[in-house]
Design a protein around this ligand. Structure first.
Ligand SMILES: [Zn+2]
Ligand SMILES: [Zn+2]
Length: 350
């Protein structure tokens, strides 16, 4: 074992503060990564405040969050073939899975039916708690480490590892592309990636945001249309318009209203995670043979495909880089939607 330092919440809702913990010595297939940047995801805040206690078996404290990790390889185990010292690499929301269940074998490790090892607030197969990317380094099996684009800044690519893949996977699965009308609900960290990726995939993109405050931004990111959901007219005007609605909002909004915006056979995919259940009206579904679906990040293969796609199309995140000392302030600002569009911690400040 060797010492690692980072920032952690010692108990639920405690502010993040400097914290030291142990990382394992690299095994044969492990890669040691010096972390340069880590994005701040809304789910870091949900988990550090134990906001998902209704849905999670346990939250593990002290908790060092962070699952949008980019950095450089500083050492590799004897049998590593996929990465070498000096490579620019990334780690997303999970660092291992069972590798043998049907889903793992299909490359859907995020839906592993046995045990997905989450990057933080999780447990390794032997029960050891995991600590995330708000820290100086991390040790990860080579099969769960991604190659980062060479032509894009490492800091702007960190949020691709959660926000990026969270939108890319459903856009691909439900065939967003030329001739398809896609609505992105919410223009935050997730939503802004949805707009960029759906646009790069060739779909006609509409943003549904609370107000028109971010309209200019939405258009710059690639949206063809922009509507305010605070205006009731929007729901009348756009009724039956979309093939695909991706809902990135984690607040309690009325999903039925958004289902009515779908065409016949359209699908609304939920990727935002509200802390309480949301009731859905059956008529909104039956009226147009519509589907309500969910999607959770993406597998390792698809995440690499997304990173390669972003490299090709020059897609990265709009970020605000902060020193780690400002992480608690950044949390407050995320909760007020006061960031365009993702905070990324510069780990050199640790
Ligand atoms: Zn995340
Ligand atoms: Zn599995």
């Amino acid at each position: 074992m060797s010492k690692s330092k980072g920032y952690a919440a010692v108990t639920a809702k405690a502010p993040l503060a400097p914290y030291s913990f142990e990382r394992r010595e690299p095994r044969e297939h492990d890669v040691v990564i010096e972390i340069r940047y880590c994005g701040i995801c809304h789910s870091d805040i949900h988990q550090a405040t134990d906001g998902w206690s209704d849905y999670q078996e346990e939250s593990i404290f002290p908790m060092a969050p962070g699952h949008e990790i980019t950095g450089a390889v500083t050492a590799v185990g004897g049998k590593v073939t996929k990465h070498k010292v000096g490579d620019k690499v990334g780690v997303g929301c999970f660092v291992d899975s069972c590798r043998t269940c049907t889903e793992c074998r299909r490359g859907l490790e995020q839906y592993c039916t046995v045990h997905t090892v989450w990057t933080y607030n999780g447990r390794e197969h032997d029960g050891t708690p995991t600590y995330g990317g708000y820290s100086d380094r991390i040790v990860v099996d080579e099969n769960y480490v991604l190659r980062m684009p060479d032509n894009l800044p490492l800091e702007a690519c960190a949020p691709l590892l959660c926000a990026g893949i969270t939108l890319y996977s459903p856009l691909r699965h439900w065939h967003a592309g030329p001739g398809k009308k896609v609505a992105i609900v919410g223009l935050g960290g997730l939503g802004h990636m949805g707009v960029k990726l759906a646009h790069a995939l060739g779909a006609e993109v509409t943003v549904l945001s609370q107000s028109l405050k971010k309209q200019a931004d939405g258009k710059r990111l690639g949206a063809d249309h922009f509507y305010a959901t605070s205006d009731a007219e929007t729901f009348t005007k756009l009724k039956g318009s979309f093939d695909l609605v991706i809902n990135t909002v984690s607040a309690q909004i009325d999903w039925s209203e958004y289902l009515n915006l779908l065409k016949v056979d359209g699908t609304m995919v939920v990727v935002g995670l509200p802390e309480k259940d949301i009731p859905v009206g059956a008529f909104a579904l039956t009226a147009g043979r519509r589907s309500l679906a969910g999607s959770q990040i993406g597998g390792i293969g698809e995440t690499q495909e997304m990173l390669d796609f972003c490299s090709q199309h020059g897609v990265a995140c709009d970020i605000e880089v902060i020193p780690i000392q400002k992480v608690n302030e950044a949390y407050e600002r995320v909760l007020k939607s006061d960031v365009r569009y993702r905070f990324v911690i510069d780990m050199a400040t640790l």
